[in-house]
Design a binder for this molecule. Sequence first.
Ligand code: WQD
Length: 397
Amino acid sequence: LVRKSINAPYILVVGGCGFIGSHTVWELAKAGYNVIIIDNLSNAFSSVIDRIEAMVYVYYEKTPEHRPCLKLYEADYRDCQAMTSILEEYEIPTPFALSPVESDLRKRSNITGVIHFAAHKAVGESIKQPLKYYANNVGGMINFCSLLGEYGIKKFVFSSSATVYGTVADIGIPLREEYCSQQTTDFVDDDGERKLVHSGSSGLTNPYGRTKWMCEAILSDLAHADPEWTITALRYFNPIGCDESGLLGEDPRDTASNLMPVVLRVITGALPVLSIYGDDYDTADGTAVRDYIHVTDLAKGHLAALKSRTDSGFRVYNLGSGRGSSVLEVVDAMEKVCGRKIPTQIVGRREGDVGMCVAKARRAEEELGWRTEKNLESCCRDVWRFLECVAGEAFVS
Ligand code: WQD
């Protein structure tokens, strides 16, 4: 049993069994936070929390009195009844009021912050099943935030995505915070200026991206209406890699179509070849360029958002390295690490892809004190270690 560090704050992580969620849970635990995890396990396994608990036990072997607690609730964040009973467990009892005037009867909680990862995230699926995406990603978040507000839990970190920038082909430059290729909509940015966002000719390219953009706009309006809220939206670029221990990695139930999971399936022989979607982009080697960010750096960005945001209001940040890597460069880096050739074939471009998508994360560094520490080579090295640990000698020999 893990004794809880009773003085440490509680952080609620929704979707904490997923790829980025589990890495964030691990970083929170190392930083001494008690972590409450909610996950419906629709695209993850609860065993990842067992592994993290074992890692936490070892990490605090010499200082067991500081060891934080991890508690997993297998529940859907859209289940209002389940969420209510969970939040009640961490409610600070309201002192008996001599008269209603004397005491603030509003609920208060031991939960000092929430990080919200839970969402459907497959771009292609979102085009085929938009209502599933709007119901879960947008409708679910609206009801959940409403409930959090009732319990006085108003520090919220939201998992957004660089997809809100849509196809930036018409901008054609490294992304900047102030650019969002969206419909012509005013948008309250982090410094409070109302900026007419860059209405890119193409706008957002898919329902998934639009759910992220809508959630940002909703959260911005919520913080505008109720200044007790501190809301931080983090726009991820391309998360890859895994914890250096090799014990945590990308392990979804569904078959991810992102580049690195596909590369791994080619390495393990589950796929015969990596299809590269186009080599006719305006990039150095013709293949598309992305800002690949190590998932540990990304997880630490969430802790920075929790720690650094002492003000109220809505702010949005890019979480990326600022360095672009092409598909062929990723393949080359992975080949160097695993010591084997990765068979590839060039095919046509994938619908909705852009040639370049690279972050400008200046404000995250200036305001959150966060920047990436790892590079593409360390991402590949850590992924390979995960494969060795998880798949064992069977396949790495
Ligand atoms: C990267 C590059 C592909 C697979 C997506 C989502 C985005 C975000 C991150 C959630 C592209 C190329 C890929 C393959 C390939 N997810 N590729 N062959 O498209 O930049 O972003 O994941 O927030 O919302 O859109 O990532 O990993 O799919 O592709 O050539 O089999 O690899 O064309 O250039 P993407 P990706």
